[in-house]
Design a protein around this ligand. Structure first.
Ligand SMILES: Cc1cc2nc3c(=O)[nH]c(=O)nc-3n(C[C@H](O)[C@H](O)[C@H](O)COP(=O)(O)OP(=O)(O)OC[C@H]3O[C@@H](n4cnc5c(N)ncnc54)[C@H](O)[C@@H]3O)c2cc1C
Length: 445
């Protein structure tokens, strides 16, 4: 059986900057993919796996080419209750996996800021969470997976078997083959609740002091930063540090959103005035509510999931995410320069997130996290002015010896990619010859 591809103009990534037509197939079974990959190879057609489309830029896009939407492959295959290892198809959502795990006292060892992603997408970007310093990346907890390649067929891949391909596939941006299924090692948790401290801080130096002091005592740490501030208050924000709570029971999240944006917000709704107002109000509100709170895991890990289609807030032209990681030795001056450049530009970001990464090495040769500090920002797409600011941020990241995150990117220049990911030639040699995305063509140019 081969797949039927139909044309779709509906495929977009989360940032909604790129609108492009694709041929899309939605396989209901794993067997349907093998033959289609071989056929694509014969016809010289570029194909890409597509998860839930929660990457912000173009890592899952292949305009005018073909996509294999993996969401129909969403079955549980096996569960080893003693070892806490579950084997699932790659199109299963993280949300469904959590709903299965939590009543059993288990949880994925690390999760990103949304549960609306697929397991294949989580592995392909080797996603990280607020506990990177304690648990490493998602791929650290994926002992085995099955990979479908156009040139070699179906392969069982682990650190011990096809080790190079395993290291290339975790964080491999979907380019080394289609992940059909994977084993996930879940972690034991004492409840479905998190005890979280909210600590306001006045500037960047205080952020680094808090991060340093909290890493050993708290499994989860992250900060929101007000990026409209300058001078002595540059880098002020709210630090969250948390551990799983011993109490509260194991109630899973509900899958409904509280509210969904029914249309694109008008362009004028987000401007430097509303940005300042939002940042001021958010800081003041959280400062007043500083202290400890017990929160359900869904409110702590996935606050944005409460609002459906929140990406429409940025208007019809969409928005850019920008996430960099820089080494700790130059972390403070590099982040300071970036915040100054953002404040100068008047572009601003609503959601500026700052976090220190730990030293636990990732199993993926192209994984984004590295020891140091990471800053994630989003900017409404205002065309040339926004791109000029991002180019300025690129210069600061390059000078600091840092890198950008492909899951968040739709415009990184080839030079910055190659400098940030020196393993790229080794990785490129392991890519499947029939797979290609617009991200990959851009950074390989
Ligand atoms: C609100 C929000 C918060 C986020 N927070 C974080 C965070 O805290 N940390 C973090 O690391 N990321 C974060 N992300 C990014 C997100 O976790 C990643 O982009 C993730 O890869 C998206 O998964 P997806 O299933 O939507 O895959 P897609 O976006 O559809 O695809 C992502 C990549 O995976 C590949 N892929 C998909 N399925 C397969 C498969 N079966 N086999 C091989 N390759 C495949 C695609 O080709 C593509 O290269 C966040 C995103 C959002 C929208």
């Amino acid at each position: 059986m081969t797949l039927t591809f139909t044309r779709s103009d509906q495929i977009r990534s989360w940032g909604r900057v790129v609108h492009a037509s694709h041929l899309v197939a939605r396989p209901p079974f794993r067997d349907a993919i093998d033959a289609s990959l071989a056929l694509a190879r014969e016809n010289g057609q570029a194909v890409m796996p597509y998860g839930a489309g929660r990457s912000y830029g173009d890592s899952a896009l292949n305009p005018d080419g073909a996509l294999i939407d993996m969401r129909g492959l969403d079955r549980f295959i096996a569960f080893d209750a003693e070892r806490g290892i579950v084997r699932v198809e790659a199109g299963l959502s993280l949300s469904t996996l959590i709903r299965f795990a939590i009543p059993r006292g288990l949880f994925p060892a690390t999760v990103p800021g949304t549960r609306h992603i697929t397991i294949g997408g989580a592995i392909a970007h080797d996603v990280h969470g607020k506990n990177h310093h304690a648990a490493g990346t998602f791929g650290t907890h994926v002992p085995r997976l099955s990979l479908l390649r156009s040139d070699r067929g179906r392969l069982a891949v682990s650190a011990a078997q096809e080790g190079e391909l395993h290291a290339a596939t975790i964080g491999g941006m979907g380019l080394t083959g289609i992940i059909a299924d994977a084993e996930i090692a879940l972690a034991g948790v004492p409840s479905a609740y998190i005890d979280c401290d909210f600590v306001p801080f006045g500037n960047l130096a205080q952020f680094f002091a808090l991060a340093d002091e909290s890493a050993a005592r708290f499994e989860h740490t992250v900060a929101w930063v007000d990026c409209t501030k300058t001078g002595d208050a540059l880098g002020r924000g709210i630090f969250q540090r948390a551990n799983w709570s011993a109490e509260g029971g194991y109630t899973p999240h509900r899958d409904q959103t509280r509210f969904s944006l029914p249309f694109d917000a008008p362009g004028f709704a987000l401007n430097s005035w509303t940005l300042r107002l939002f940042n001021e109000a958010y800081y003041a509100f959280n400062r007043r509510k500083a202290g400890s709170r017990r929160m359900h895991y869904s409110a702590f890990f996935f606050p944005l999931d409460a609002i459906g289609q929140w990406n429409r807030l940025y208007g019809a032209r969409g928005f850019y995410q920008y996430q960099c990681a820089v080494p700790m030795a130059v972390g403070e001056p590099a982040i300071r320069s970036m915040l100054e450049a953002i404040a100068d530009s008047g572009e601003g970001s609503f959601l500026a997130v700052l976090k220190t990464f730990g030293t636990r090495p990732s199993p993926g040769m192209m994984s984004f996290p590295r020891p140091g500090v990471t800053l994630a920002l989003d900017f409404r797409n205002r065309g040339a002015a926004t791109l000029a600011l991002l180019a300025r941020l690129d210069e600061i990241v390059a000078a600091a010896g840092g890198r950008l995150y492909a899951a968040k990117d739709g415009r990184m220049p080839a030079g910055l990619f190659k400098a940030g990911y020196p393993e790229w030639p080794r990785f490129a040699a392991l890519c499947d010859p029939s797979l290609s995305s617009s991200f990959w063509r851009r950074v390989m140019a």
